[in-house]
Write a protein that binds this ligand. Structure first.
Ligand SMILES: [Zn+2]
Length: 148
């Protein structure tokens, strides 16, 4: 994963398992904070992240034509920010990644799935506000998101 340093603009390559951790920019040695926004993933990136990530993973299954998906997108984004360092947030475009959509038997969108330690620990569909989503992530992961 490439992360851009906010201080100097340099792209830093960050291994998946350190996405939720604090790092250092290789160029200016400035702080590279934990990732705080949703990550658009394809199948390959998805599998790598699920394998390597220690913190709970929130997955937003969506599509561009889906109105409710667009409505909830800002809530997902705000939740990603509030859980930065405690969870990571992935976005799966079900049109582009039908294999992932069928692996999780996605029938309606938006559907949200929480994975922790390689297992699905939560699943729900439809609109929710950022605070509810964050509470749900923490509850589903047995508090791992709060402790991490
Ligand atoms: Zn830098």
């Amino acid at each position: 994963m490439l992360r851009t340093c906010v201080q100097c603009g340099t792209d830093n390559r960050v291994p998946a398992k350190f996405l939720a951790a604090k790092g250092k920019c290789g160029c200016c040695k400035g702080v590279l904070g934990p990732i705080a926004e949703p990550i658009d993933v394809d199948l390959t990136t998805f599998d790598a992240l699920v394998k390597e990530t220690r913190v709970p993973i929130f997955i937003d299954f969506w599509a561009a034509w889906c109105g409710p998906c667009r409505m909830v997108a800002p809530e997902v984004k705000a939740m990603a920010q509030s859980l930065a360092g405690h969870a990571i947030v992935l976005k799966v475009d079900t049109e582009r990644e039908p294999e992932l959509a069928s692996r999780f038997s996605i029938q309606s969108i938006p559907t949200f799935v929480i994975m922790h330690q390689g297992r699905v620990v939560g699943r729900r569909s439809g609109y929710a506000v950022a605070a509810d989503l964050a509470t749900w992530v923490q509850a589903s992961s047995g508090g791992a998101a709060a402790r991490a």
